[in-house]
Design a protein around this ligand. Structure first.
Ligand code: MN3
Length: 251
């Protein structure tokens, strides 16, 4: 697996001692005293809201993180509260096991909000202030050369995938069977979702670009290609390189 987003799970424990309280309460209330599952919390950004200026503006970063990402976490936690047995799973494992969730009224929020939480956690870690964005490792540079011919050709193909994603979704660089590949998913789907996204789009994510309008509209309005071009300035290449290094099947 790549570096998993920090889940920052926290176990909520009811106040007071369960045994003492339970004896005083009728059955339904006693059931509510059972510990509820570990829930996800919003990971802090690893830089200030304005650290990615002028490429990604502070207001967009603040709303994107504090409102949009927070809403995915709220939605995920609402679903996990109904399925405590799933809350024990690491999020990537939960996402990879979605087809096994028979109840669609549970599967859909886990897919949309669990995907949203994972994707955004991954996205924040994929970024760095332009002055600190670094360079791809030699292994990543060679893998890009092998797969796409050159860094410029890679950026062009990735940009096309991000531009052509109709409506909301993500463009991804993944490693699949030891080879780099560009894919794209709708909504909050991602390349971890076996049995949900086509096999061709699965893999270990190395980079992901959010092309929902909420990621760029305040600053770039309808100019998604300008947002994509600017995004390259704040890609955290050391993080991307480490993900490749840690991916299954890498030498
Ligand atoms: Mn987003």
């Amino acid at each position: 697996m790549p570096i998993p987003p920090t889940l920052n799970r926290r176990r909520f424990v009811q106040l007071g001692t369960l045994a003492a309280g339970a004896t005083l309460l009728p059955n339904p209330a006693r059931a509510e005293l059972a510990p509820v599952p570990s829930l996800a919390t919003l990971p802090a950004l690893p830089y200030a809201f304005d650290a990615l200026e002028p490429h990604l503006d502070a207001r967009t970063m603040e709303i994107h993180h504090d409102k949009h990402h927070a809403a995915y976490i709220a939605g995920l936690n609402a679903a996990l509260t109904k399925a405590p047995e799933l809350a024990a799973l690491p999020l990537p494992q939960l996402l990879a096991g979605l087809p096994g969730v028979a109840d669609e009224s549970l599967r859909m929020p886990l897919r949309n909000h669990g995907g949203g939480h994972w994707n955004h956690s991954f996205f924040w870690q994929s970024l760095a202030p332009a002055a600190k964005s670094g360079e791809p490792s030699e292994a990543l540079a060679v893998a890009i050369q092998v797969a796409f011919g050159s860094m410029d050709a890679f950026k062009k193909s990735f940009g096309e995938a991000a531009t052509k994603r109709f409506g909301s979704g993500w463009a991804w660089l993944v490693v699949q069977n030891g080879k780099l590949k560009i894919t794209s998913t709708p909504n909050q789907d991602n390349p971890l979702m076996q049995g949900i996204v086509p096999d061709a789009d699965l893999g270990t994510p190395i980079l992901g670009l959010d092309v929902w309008e909420h990621a760029y509209y305040l600053h770039y309005q309808n100019r998604r290609p300008d947002y994509i071009a600017a995004w390259w300035n704040v890609v955290n290449w050391p993080v991307a390189s480490k993900r490749l290094e840690d991916a299954p099947g890498q030498p």
